[in-house]
Write a protein that binds this ligand. Sequence first.
Ligand code: C2E
Ligand code: MG
Ligand code: MG
Ligand code: MG
Length: 288
Amino acid sequence: YEAKIRKTGCRLFNSGIRDTFQRKLVLENELRWAIDKGQLRLHYQPQVNAITGRMEGMEALLRWKHPTLGEVSPGEFIPIAEETGSILDIGKWVLAEACGQLSRWQIEGRTVPSVAVNLSARQFRAPDLVSSIQELLRRMPCAPEQLVIEITESSSMDDIEEVLPILRKFKALGFQIAIDDFGKGYSALGYMKQFPIDILKIDRSFVRELTSDAKSAVLTKTIIDMAHGLDLRVIAEGVETAEQLESLRAMNCDIVQGFMIDPPMPSDRLESRYLTGEQPLWPSKPIG
Ligand code: C2E
Ligand code: MG
Ligand code: MG
Ligand code: MG
């Protein structure tokens, strides 16, 4: 009996692995056509001033809708795209789309503070990254100051010698640079001295425990103070509750981003909520 159960369990386990493996293969393959078939879109999530609630920027987040697989989350497909290298083309598409959107808004006379784009480590190391961005800017009327490059701590800090010249070129071109997911994984603070960073984004894991865990609160406050000491602006990601917002304001956090303010949304929705007429203060859920 026991042997039978073990056998069945084993089969289930194996089929689980096989399904995971098969899904990965399918995603890998389907991703190659996602751009040409028009399955990718960008959503935009507002980043608002912690005190006034006015939008100070937005983050572009990639969405993939497959006709039979449905919505696949970037958490699932970005790592696969990084592995296979299709992130290089996808990343270029993202940059072109974001700059295109910025340019359209500019032509329409709408005031858009900035759009942040996530760059993966693989993309960052591509030799043609800087030249392809320069080419984009030549073709489009958007200003480089409006583009924020988000890189994660782990992707950027691996090899200072390699990364520093690229960041310097970005700065020379006029982009702003943000460190994403700060505090997640390992943190080597040494780079903060050398890298030309403008913005520090506190990882969601700190914000999530801000009001329930005293240590998370101390760490968050410390990160904010350190960032200010280095003349950086601080964005807290994943703000979901009014209590978290209240506590971040008390800690002098500059900018907040999260479901409590607004989720990522299509450009037309962001346009009607934030870029038409007077900008509302605390658009979704007024506080205080
Ligand atoms: P990220 O850059 O740290 O982006 C923030 C993620 O947090 C987004 O997930 C966003 O939808 C989610 N988020 C925002 N507010 C809240 C909140 O209040 N609570 C919770 N629980 N989550 C919130 P998303 O869109 O699923 O993206 C996941 C990750 O995929 C991103 O993390 C980023 O690392 C990567 N990614 C997304 N778009 C791109 C892209 O165009 N290129 C690259 N290389 N990576 C991307
Ligand atoms: Mg990001
Ligand atoms: Mg992040
Ligand atoms: Mg992330």
